[in-house]
Design a binder for this molecule. Sequence first.
Ligand SMILES: [Zn+2]
Length: 131
Amino acid sequence: MDAALERLVRRRAGGRCEYCRLPQLGSRAPFEIDHIIPRKHHGRTGAGNLALPCVYCNAFKGPNLTGLDPATGKITRLYHPLRHKWAYHFRFQGSTLIGRTAIGRTTIDVLQMNHPELVALRGILIAGGIF
Ligand SMILES: [Zn+2]
């Protein structure tokens, strides 16, 4: 990936995971740029298909594009950081993420955005005024 494209994606993300909003500052491992539509599904390496997930979201997203909405069991597409509005699909209740929509619930479930380790980390960052 060329350096200018990588800089653009990192700057656009504002130093936060584009899925769970974890600040890069709160993470031990540097965030890696990821294809929103994975290459295996013919996703392109361009600004319109690249996002900055944290290591947790990146690991659980993998090549997934959909999941089952835990409320309805219906196949639902995952949140797209560039096409969807974050606040429409998610909100925080303390350090826990709540899905406001089927897309929000499904993305939280597939990406395990409320993994106990991540919720605990958010709690520490909130207490420290970093989150
Ligand atoms: Zn994340």
